[in-house]
Design a protein. Structure first.
Length: 409
C-alpha cells in the first residue's frame, strides 16, 4: 500500500473563485489552447478570458483576440507584436507583451483566477512557475514543467497555496479516479498509451520512418511535437515522470500499458484489488473543461462514448526494446540510476532531437539514441536539487551538445 502526496493542497469548493472565472491562456494558439477557448465559447457565462499568449501564429491569435477581447496579449518578440497590432480591429487596443517576461506576466496577473499553462516543451516552465508563485489555480497541460522542476513547483505550492490541476488526459483520469479516497489505500497507478502509429513495428522499420508518417497519430489530434513523442513513446515516459511529481509516487507504483483504442485513459488500483478506470471519447475538451471548472462539470457538445460500437478493449505490454524512450524515462526517475539533472537532460535532448527529425536532419531512430547519449553525459547525484538557473543551464547545454552530435550522424 502507498499513500498519495498530491503536489498541491485542494481547497474546499467555497474557497474557489466564483463564476464566471477569469482565464489567462498561456499557449492559446496550440491544440490545447484552441480547445480551451472552444470550451469558453460554449459556456460564456462560466468564463471570462482576460489574457491570451500565443507564439508565432499571430493570425490565429488575432482571431482569438477579436472574439474574446482580452485586455492582455503576448507574443514571442516585438516584431510579431507590431504585426499583431495591425491585425486587430481599430476599436480594440489591448496591451501586447513580448517574450518570456511577457508570458510570466500574463501567468501571474491579478485579474486572472485560473491560468491554463499549455505552452509546449521546456518553454512552459517559467510561466508555470510564475503562476504557481502567484498563487493561481493552474490548469497544467505542460508536463515538461513538472519533468524539469517538479520539486520547485511543489515547494512553491506550499508557500502560496496555488492549486495545480492536471489537464493531460491520463493524469486527469488518475485525478478523477482518486477523488474521494483521500490519497489512501492505493497500490499503483496504470497509465495507458495508444502505442502510437508504429505499434508492432520493428527497429528496422522505424529507421525509415518519415515525419509525415510519425505525425499521423491513430486516435488523438495533437501538435507536431507531442505527436512525435507519442510515436517514440517518449510522451508516455514524460507522463511517468509527471505522475511521480503530481502524486508523490515512486516508480515502482507507476505502470504503463498499451491500450490502442484510447478509451480507458488511465486506471488506479487500490489495495483491495479494485481498479477504477476513467473512460471517455478521445477529446481533450473533457479534461480541459474539468480543470477550468473544477470541481463542477460542464455539459459539452461531444458525441458520447458508445461502448457497443467501441467493442473489444485490449491491453499490451509496452515494447521497451523497440521504443527505448519509455525505458530512459523510468531510468531517469529511478533514484538508483537517475537524477533531476538527468531528467532535465532527457527532456532537452528529446525536444532538440524531435526538432531535428521534423526538419529531416536525423532519422527517427536517432531520437532515442541522442536522448540516451545526453543522459549518459550527465554525472549528478540522485538527490542533487536544482534551482531554476541550474535547470536552464543544463537545458541549454544539452541542446547544444545534441546539435553537435547530430551533425556527426
Amino acid at each position: 500500500m502507498t499513500t498519495v502526496n498530491y503536489i498541491s493542497a485542494l481547497p474546499e469548493p467555497d474557497a474557489l473563485p466564483p463564476f464566471p472565472r477569469r482565464l489567462s491562456v498561456i499557449g492559446s494558439t496550440g491544440s490545447i489552447g484552441c480547445n480551451a477557448l472552444a470550451v469558453a465559447a460554449e459556456h460564456p457565462d462560466s468564463f471570462c478570458v482576460v489574457a491570451l499568449a500565443g507564439g508565432r501564429n499571430i493570425a490565429r491569435l488575432a482571431v482569438q483576440a477579436e472574439q474574446f477581447r482580452p485586455d492582455y496579449l503576448c507574443v514571442l518578440n516585438e516584431a510579431l507584436a507590431r504585426e499583431l497590432a495591425t491585425l486587430l480591429p481599430s476599436n480594440y487596443r489591448p496591451q501586447i507583451l513580448t517574450g518570456p517576461e511577457g508570458y510570466e506576466t500574463l501567468a501571474s496577473l491579478d485579474e486572472a483566477d485560473v491560468v491554463l499553462s499549455s505552452v509546449v516543451g521546456a518553454a512552459g516552465l517559467r510561466p508555470t512557475l510564475a503562476a504557481v508563485r502567484a498563487g493561481k489555480i493552474v490548469a497544467l497541460a505542460n508536463k515538461e514543467a513538472l519533468v524539469l522542476a517538479g520539486e520547485l513547483i511543489r515547494e512553491a505550492c506550499r508557500e502560496t497555496n496555488a492549486v495545480v490541476l492536471p489537464v493531460d488526459s491520463e493524469h486527469n483520469a488518475l485525478f478523477q479516479a482518486m477523488a474521494g479516497h483521500a490519497g489512501h489505500g492505493l497500490r499503483r497507478i496504470i497509465i495507458t498509451a495508444s502505442g502510437g502509429p508504429f505499434r508492432g513495428r520493428d527497429a528496422a522499420f522505424l529507421e525509415k520512418v518519415t515525419p509525415k508518417q510519425a505525425l499521423a497519430h491513430p486516435t488523438w489530434s495533437m501538435g507536431a511535437k507531442i505527436s512525435i513523442d507519442s510515436a517514440t513513446l517518449m510522451n508516455k515516459g514524460l507522463e511517468v515522470i509527471e505522475a511521480h511529481q503530481l502524486y508523490g509516487l515512486s516508480p515502482k507504483h507507476i505502470d504503463v500499458v498499451v491500450h490502442p483504442q484510447s478509451i480507458v485513459h488511465s486506471l488506479v488500483e487500490y489495495e483491495d484489488g479494485s481498479l477504477l478506470a476513467h473512460l471517455g471519447p478521445a477529446d481533450m475538451r473533457i479534461p480541459i473543461a474539468y480543470c477550468l471548472c473544477w470541481p463542477r462539470r460542464l455539459p459539452l457538445q461531444l458525441e458520447p462514448l458508445d461502448l457497443i460500437k467501441a467493442g473489444t478493449l485490449t491491453f499490451e505490454e509496452p515494447d521497451l526494446t523497440t521504443f527505448p524512450c519509455l525505458r530512459l524515462a523510468f531510468e531517469a526517475l529511478d533514484p538508483r540510476t537517475g537524477s533531476q539533472a538527468a531528467r532535465v537532460a532527457l527532456n532537452a535532448a528529446n525536444e532538440e532531437a524531435v526538432s531535428l527529425f521534423l526538419g529531416e536532419s536525423i532519422a527517427f531512430g536517432a531520437i532515442p539514441r541522442l536522448c540516451e547519449q545526453a543522459v549518459n553525459a550527465i554525472h549528478a547525484a540522485a538527490d542533487a536539487r536544482l534551482d531554476l538557473p541550474a535547470i536552464l543551464d543544463i537545458d541549454t547545454e544539452t541542446r547544444h551538445k545534441v546539435r553537435e552530435w547530430a551533425a556527426t550522424l
